[in-house]
Design a protein around this ligand. Structure first.
Ligand code: CP
Ligand code: NVA
Length: 304
């Protein structure tokens, strides 16, 4: 049975930890893994822009001996030029795996149902699982263990927030989302996270005061206030989200040894100040690097 990676919750806790072990080996010794996916082809479908996701999937598959094909927003037009079903039925005959970055989450679910090759979610409006995997690998590298940790995500209850809740729930990390009223994570995401958290005891909390949310946090995380596709709302959101800016004062409310995380791209001066993102406790570029290694491990698990 082929496996897909549409959500962090598609992997068990053990599978996530195994994936991290593989990623760490792949990170430590690139030459040793040059034949792991020899000759395998990945199609990379992008309906939104990208720096990290495109680069890390492209370089990642090559570091495992495979190759990739970038399909830009102008090329495929999923569901417009051609149906999602027909795209799936064509590509499954040509490649061994497909990564998709798109808008509606149902598109990746449909692709996974139609295609007989693994589908990897490279970001939808609903979730960004590869990002959360890289983030929790980074947390493990820095904090050495997940035991007793509290991650506070400050800002919009968006795709990144959803995937962080799912990862925290699976791995036993308490996750608090601090967001303005009306910008909470989707109720079904909170429900799914709470369901998964029953197995690990993780606490998932949604809070509307940024300082209360950040109290005792080991990790403070933020993301842009207007995601891709919400550009028209940017000016209005800037006013609403300003009290949720991660600046030195807000970081001061977290634990003394708290780290700062951001999926990037960052809008410096909006959701985060230069003083925070450039501080020694900021691990944002380590997160970006770990996209490469954790995605290699995910591709290996699904395509080998
Ligand atoms: N964090 C992330 O997914 O970056 P890109 O949008 O540049 O791929
Ligand atoms: N929430 C952001 C994440 C970008 C990596 C977006 O969807 O645009």
């Amino acid at each position: 049975m082929k496996r897909d990676f549409l959500s962090v919750l598609d992997f068990t806790q053990d599978e996530i930890m195994e994936t991290f072990e593989t990623a760490q080996s792949m990170k430590a010794n690139i030459p040793q893994h040059l034949n792991d996916l020899r000759g395998k082809a990945m199609a990379l479908i992008f309906e939104k822009p990208s720096l990290r996701t495109r680069t890390t999937f492209d370089i990642g598959i090559q570091q495992l001996g495979g190759f990739s094909l970038y399909l830009s927003p102008a090329e495929i037009s999923l569901g417009k030029r051609e149906s999602v079903y027909d795209v799936a039925k064509n590509l499954e005959r040509m490649v061994q795996g497909i990564m998709i970055r798109t808008f509606g989450h149902q598109i990746v679910v449909d692709m996974a149902n139609y295609a007989n090759v693994p589908i990897i979610n490279g970001l939808t409006d609903y979730s960004h699982p590869c990002q959360a995997m890289a983030d929790f690998l980074t947390i493990l590298e820095v904090k050495k263990s997940f035991n007793g940790l509290k991650l506070t995500y400050v800002g919009d209850g968006n795709n990144v927030a959803h995937s962080l809740m799912f990862a925290g729930a699976r791995l036993g990390v308490n996750v608090t989302i601090g967001c303005p009223k009306g910008y909470e994570p989707k109720p079904e995401a909170v429900k799914d996270a709470n369901e998964a958290a029953k197995e690990t005891g993780a606490r998932i909390i949604v809070e509307n005061d940024p300082f209360t949310a950040v109290k005792n946090a080991d990790i403070v995380y933020t993301d842009v206030w207007a995601s891709m596709g919400q550009e028209d709302e940017a000016a209005e959101r800037r006013k609403i989200f300003l009290p949720f800016q991660v600046n030195e004062e807000l970081m001061g409310a977290a634990k003394d040894d708290a780290i700062f995380m951001h999926c990037l791209p960052a809008h410096r001066g909006d959701e985060v100040t230069d003083g925070v993102i450039d501080a020694p406790y900021s691990v944002v570029f380590q997160e970006a690097e770990n996209r490469l290694h954790v995605q290699k491990a995910i591709m290996y698990k699904l395509l080998k």
